[in-house]
Write a protein that binds this ligand. Structure first.
Ligand SMILES: *Cc1c(COP(=O)(O)O)cnc(C)c1O
Length: 395
């Protein structure tokens, strides 16, 4: 492990995780990142999405990911906190920020507006609009996006986003009218839920946005369709991205015909970064009779989302002596490294019959909400990030 730099520095790059495991034999869990995969995915969004592409920093705020996206030409950043703005600005001084967390303290609004030059805010309550107005005064460059919410359809996404934020349609119309009356740029936004399975959920929301604008009597400057674009997981095989892009473009033209078409904007997190990282863990103890295996990362670390949303189970493979193991398997109960009994994976994993101490287990498709949600519980969770030329995603 000594030859790996702590945290933010990548000293060198390896072909893939098996090569890295053979060369370094890391004893702490680490993330592998492939920045070329990230750049390719960004290019797909930029070429296909019919509007401005920003990145939801919360999905993966690591400097490697921010730097790779910045180098590939990304200029707009959807941030949920002032701390995220600082992390991006340290890498891209001219970054443009969207503050799309619907709830912000006055101190945070002021810091975003004056320190970070942020002019785009979201709100879903009249009290929040008043706070923003108190701070930005009569600056009519400021955009306020009303975050609206529709009743949830059960099958639309893996991760429901409708329970915390968002004004119902009639309230959203009132808020939008109020924003226009105050002289700010009126914008509508929604989040369809993370890992949306089909484009239909975006179409439903775009139809609602047109109704809200009509009810409010407001021509919106912009329509922000949020994140929610899917990645591919073994138990979640969504429609391909281009189908999302064309459905969004078509619905916007259809629903806003007869008015000035709003400029479109999206803020993918998962759909952009999930495929760019894997998590390399090591087996610490094998109890063969009980089918129990203990590894050096778990649900308090890079595997937290797996516990919350079983559909987002990452693909995995076992590595020994630089080779991927194949052959007969059995279902193992896999525990994480902390002393908390909750630190166990939510389903058994099919791992080799002869799983051994110091084997590696690599989990793929963990670029989104892996590193981002890892805690430091029991002293674990400070992951190195190592560059690889090929990253495992189960394919
Ligand atoms: C979390 C979030 C996103 C990103 O969501 P993904 O499902 O990861 O694409 C985008 N916008 C807002 C406002 C969010 O809260």
């Amino acid at each position: 492990m000594a030859q790996l730099a702590r945290k933010t520095q990548v000293v060198t790059s390896y072909t893939d995780a098996p090569a890295l495991a053979a060369a370094c034999m890391p004893d702490d869990a680490l993330f592998c990142v492939n920045t070329a995969a990230l750049e390719a995915r960004l290019a797909q969004f930029q070429a296909g999405f019919p509007g401005c592409v920003s990145y939801a920093v919360k999905a993966n705020p690591s400097p490697q990911v921010i730097a790779a996206l910045a180098a590939a030409g990304l200029r707009h950043w959807d941030t949920a906190s002032v701390q995220e703005m600082a992390a991006v600005r340290a890498i891209q001084p001219a970054a443009r920020f969207h503050y799309h967390n619907p709830v912000k303290s006055r101190h945070e609004i002021l810091a975003a507006y004056s320190r970070f030059g942020c002019r785009r805010f979201a709100a879903d309550a009249p009290e929040e609009i008043q706070k923003i107005a108190d701070i930005v005064g009569s600056d009519n460059d400021v955009e306020i996006a009303v975050r609206f919410v529709l009743p949830r359809e059960r099958s639309s996404s893996a991760h429901d986003f409708s329970t915390k934020f968002g004004a119902p349609e009639p309230v959203a119309a009132e808020l939008l009218a109020d924003i226009a009356r105050r002289g700010y740029q009126p914008v509508l936004t929604f989040h369809p839920g993370s890992q949306s399975r089909t484009p239909a959920v975006y179409v439903r929301h775009i139809e609602a946005a047109a109704r809200i604008a009509r009810t409010a009597g407001v021509t919106i400057a912009r329509l922000n369709v949020g994140g929610g674009f899917p990645a591919t997981y073994p138990n979640s095989k969504p429609s391909p991205l281009p189908e999302f892009f064309s459905a969004i473009a078509e619905a916007t033209k259809r629903c806003f015909s007869g008015t000035r078409l709003p400029m479109l904007e999206c803020e993918p997190g998962r759909g952009l970064v999930a495929n760019a990282m894997s998590l390399l863990t090591r087996v610490k103890l094998v109890c063969s009779d009980a089918d129990d295996a203990f590894i050096n990362d778990g649900v308090y670390g890079g595997l937290m989302e797996f516990m919350q949303v079983p559909e987002l189970q990452p693909p995995y493979r076992v590595i020994r002596n630089g080779e991927v193991l194949t052959g007969p398997t059995k279902p193992w109960k896999v525990f994480g490294p902390t002393c908390d009994p909750l630190d166990v994976l939510p389903v058994r994993l099919d791992l080799p019959l002869d799983l051994r101490e110091e084997d590696y287990i690599e989990f793929g498709t963990l670029g989104a909400y892996g590193l981002a949600t890892a805690t430091r519980f029991n002293g674990y969770g400070e992951h190195d990030i190592v560059a690889v030329d090929k990253v495992f995603n189960g394919a």
